[in-house]
Design a protein around this ligand. Structure first.
Ligand code: TTP
Ligand code: MG
Ligand code: MG
Length: 357
């Protein structure tokens, strides 16, 4: 029989509050305190897109991520709206992640705005202090609010963080986990989406407590190995490990050109300049990249993004330049570009990787 040992390490899960919208409040302080959403479409077509996120003022009206923007405007007439600028949010994210990594713990980046840090075995009070200091430092250094969940196990720490939103901090100690979970809806478990929730509900399991009292073999029959994991989690056993990730997710540069143009040869000097800047950042970090992305903002302020995955990791300026030029050229369609951006991502540490070309 395999005995499942739960983690004793304390995991600190940090997730930024209303991240894209909070980044926008940073550079548009006049929007602070007003209901505001960030969405996929440009301002002129704002009724056509989807809400990516919104601040907590907008959430009071029922506006939320994934909702058609048209519905958001129906719920909140005075909603302020901004088009999403993912290069900018990635840049802010990169800086926050770099700071968190500098704390020296094993760290897994979970998404653009969240990370899990393995604090190791330490007294609960010490962990709470680490979390308080981290939260305060993130607010002070970046001007952004965050929420932290602490627990033993990656899933429990994330669930604690969800519970403490927004601007909160909670610790769920090992002996409190089962109680913390028992009345929660099954979909609160990370990874349980609408389909799994439906399957569980059909099995008459609607709370995590229900899962903990169910038959493990039935869960496995219905959901495979995830069923087994759900059973263990529901019973307070989280065996997940932090996978140390590279901190920098992408390096990008973008700039508005002196004059809008649809001629790739006129855009070329700007491409060379952006490529050189990206390469300089990349050189400092000593990373190889495998994905190249470009962005074009046209005269009418619409934007297009296109990326290409290479077959191998590289740090070649020539490869970055030629691909960026090709990609940007393919996005012009005779339209005039006003602003362009170049981005590299999907990194590998140069010290660990043999150079391939
Ligand atoms: P989340 O962390 O899920 O949400 P949030 O940071 O906006 O709000 P909070 O954590 O306070 O509840 O997602 C992080 C960012 O990811 C979010 O700011 C925008 C983006 N995102 C989307 O683009 N589409 C989505 O459906 C979701 C959920 C998020
Ligand atoms: Mg968030
Ligand atoms: Mg998040």
């Amino acid at each position: 029989m395999i005995c499942l040992e739960s983690n004793h390490d304390i995991i600190m899960h940090i997730d930024m509050d209303y991240f894209f919208a909070a980044c926008e409040e940073l550079r548009h302080p006049e929007l602070k305190g007003k209901a505001m959403a960030v969405g996929t479409s440009r301002f002129e077509d704002r009724e056509k897109g989807v809400v990516q996120t919104c601040n907590y003022e907008a959430r009071k009206f029922g506006v939320k991520s994934g909702m058609p923007t048209s519905m958001a405007f129906k719920l909140c007439k005075e909603l302020e709206y901004l088009q999403s600028d993912e290069f900018y949010y990635e840049d802010v994210s990169g800086k926050i992640m770099e700071y968190l990594k500098s704390l020296g713990y094993k760290m897994e980046i979970m998404s653009i705005d969240e990370a899990a840090l393995d604090l190791g075995e330490m007294p609960y009070e010490v962990a709470i202090n680490v979390a308080k200091e981290t939260k305060d430092a993130v607010r002070k250094k970046f001007g952004l609010p965050s929420t932290i969940g602490l627990s033993t196990g990656k899933n429990f720490a994330k669930m604690a963080c969800d519970k403490a939103k927004p601007d909160g901090l909670i610790m769920v100690k090992t002996d409190e986990i089962k109680d913390f979970l028992k009345d929660m809806a099954v979909e609160k478990i990370p990874g349980v989406g609408p389909k799994t929730k439906e399957k569980l509900n059909r099995m008459k399991l609607s709370t995590i407590g229900d899962i903990s009292r169910s038959n493990k073999m039935d869960l496995i029959a219905e959901l495979g190995s995830f069923g087994s994991q759900l059973y263990n989690l529901s019973n307070g056993v989280d065996t997940s490990k932090i996978i140390d990730t590279n901190v920098i997710l992408s390096i990008s540069r973008e700039r508005t050109m002196a004059a809008s143009t649809s001629d790739i040869n006129e855009i070329d000097p700007m491409i060379k300049k952006l490529v050189a800047e990206v390469m300089s950042d990349l050189g400092k970090k000593r990373y190889l990249f495998k994905t190249i992305g470009v962005k074009v903002r046209y005269e009418d302020f619409t934007e297009k993004i296109k990326s290409r995955n290479l077959h191998h990791y590289t740090d070649s300026e020539e490869i970055l330049y030629s691909n960026s030029r090709n990609l940007i050229s393919s996005l012009l369609y005779g339209k005039k570009a006003r602003k362009i951006g170049v981005r590299v991502s999907d990194f590998n540490d140069i010290k660990k990787q043999k150079k391939l070309f």
